[in-house]
Design a protein around this ligand. Structure first.
Ligand SMILES: Cc1cc2nc3c(=O)[nH]c(=O)nc-3n(C[C@H](O)[C@H](O)[C@H](O)COP(=O)(O)OP(=O)(O)OC[C@H]3O[C@@H](n4cnc5c(N)ncnc54)[C@H](O)[C@@H]3O)c2cc1C
Length: 405
């Protein structure tokens, strides 16, 4: 049997989630030859709340994703927050454009794979990365079923457990992410959760929370996330999940006829971009592989798409060698995410105290102005730490129109 031929591309992207497909589409449009490998075959599920923040929507719109491409896209009109003491506040989304939406990851990610393919990326599904060797001028990656792929750069978009990171010997022993989250789909929702996005700040989950995100046809994505702070064990989490669904306000929101679909799934959430290795030689880490999720909310689709774009831009725009590309990407990540990460960390510590969480929800609900503007900030229409980073101030502060107008 003859050995498989070596494939050569400008950039190899490992992982076809939101981070990888965005990087691939951006690179292909800039004229680079790109191969994307993913061990999964799409459409595939991903354990997620399926919620899209304004940051995610702005980035997805910019990369060219249209809502019509996702069959079960649901635009969210308002968010309902419940404080640890039971106070509920309704935060209507601004009217001009879309500020929040939900879309099953099975459909969103498949649509992004199609988009990257249409942009010119060579997408290989059902192929896993098995080995990686770095040289001064290239990277050789052994891809199961394909053989050796030689690339100028590798974008590692392979999620929380990043096999690429492991192959480079850069995994942190015992690292399990900053959050741990559970998710399940439910149907036959006849209560208000049918079309309301709920965030429940339960006293025993703080600074974590439970959610119900609406999907079309009376379905919801329901789940909860907690910080990995040693307060909750695995067994405890399972019991919590069962108990949560019986809490009167959650039961009432879902309605009496709700039926849970399939089994629940759990997955860690990496939210430590300040400690993550972002680059190694000719490899750039993006999305969950760069621990880029927001440490306050656990949301990471927007950050995945953003870092995917930034990595692609670094490869295209940086002049000089791999050192220049690495420096360009690290600078861009610092500019866009680091101050916000630090801000989220501080807010998390505050939110962990029921009295402060209660006070925060009360202040948010005080006036029309606080409700309107908090929802923009909560859904990352403005960066978390924008107030403290004058370099990101702009004339349309808290007045930007929404996406997809
Ligand atoms: C329960 C839960 C709820 C969440 N809810 C939300 C939410 O509502 N909104 C939000 O914005 N974020 C949410 N997040 C976070 C969000 O899911 C992630 O931040 C996001 O998926 C990161 O995207 P990514 O492209 O970096 O990685 P992923 O989406 O994880 O994609 C990684 C890809 O790499 C592939 N891969 C893995 N190993 C290999 C290999 N060896 N070879 C080739 N390919 C490989 C995988 O198959 C996968 O397709 C949630 C997370 C959890 C766990």
């Amino acid at each position: 049997m003859s050995a498989s031929p070596t494939l050569t591309v400008d950039v190899l992207v490992v992982g076809a989630g939101p981070a990888g497909t965005t990087a691939a589409a951006t690179l292909a449009r800039a004229g680079r030859s790109v191969m994307v490998v993913d061990k999964a075959v799409f459409p595939r599920d991903k354990c997620c709340g399926d919620g899209l923040t304004t940051l995610a929507l702005r980035e997805l719109e910019a990369v060219g994703l249209r809502p019509e491409r996702v069959a079960n896209w649901q635009t969210v009109e308002a968010a309902w927050l419940r404080s640890p003491s039971g106070r509920e506040v309704c935060l209507p989304m601004p009217a001009d454009g879309i500020f929040a939406a939900t879309t099953p990851r099975r459909e969103l990610d498949a649509a992004l794979v199609d988009l990257a393919r249409e942009a010119g990326a060579d997408i290989r599904e059902g192929h896993s990365i098995d080995a990686l060797r770095q040289f001064d001028d290239r990277v050789d990656a052994t891809i199961g079923g394909l053989g050796v792929v030689t690339a100028g750069y590798v974008v590692a978009a392979d999620g929380m457990w990043s096999p690429t990171r492991k192959l480079l010997g850069l995994s942190e022993p015992g690292y399990l992410g900053e959050w741990h989250a559970f998710r399940q789909y439910a149907r036959n929702v006849t209560g208000p959760a049918h079309d309301r996005l709920y965030v429940w700040f339960e006293p025993d989950l703080l600074p974590g929370y439970a959610w119900s995100f609406p999907l079309p046809d009376g379905r919801v994505n329901i789940g909860f996330g907690v910080m990995r702070d040693g307060l909750h064990s695995g067994a405890d989490m399972k019991a919590l999940w069962k108990g949560l669904l019986d809490r009167p306000h959650i039961h009432e929101a879902l309605g009496p006829d709700v039926e849970l679909e399939d089994r629940h799934t759990a997955w860690p959430i990496p939210a430590g971009i300040d400690r993550a290795v972002l680059t190694a030689g000719r490899v750039l880490f993006v999305g969950d592989a760069a621990r880029a999720t927001d440490v306050m909310t656990g949301e990471g689709i927007g950050q995945a798409v953003l870092t995917g774009r930034l990595a692609a831009e670094a490869v295209v725009e940086a002049h000089g060698d791999a050192h220049g590309v690495r420096a360009h990407y690290e600078r861009a990540v610092r500019h866009h995410l680091l101050a916000d990460h630090r801000m989220s960390k501080i807010l998390n510590v505050l939110l962990a105290r029921p009295r402060l969480a209660r006070g925060a929800v009360r202040i948010v609900g005080l006036t029309d102005w606080t409700r309107r503007n908090f929802v923009r900030w909560m859904f990352e229409d403005e960066p978390r730490a924008v107030v403290f980073t004058p370099r990101r101030w702009h004339r349309h502060f808290l007045r930007q129109h929404g996406t997809y107008r």
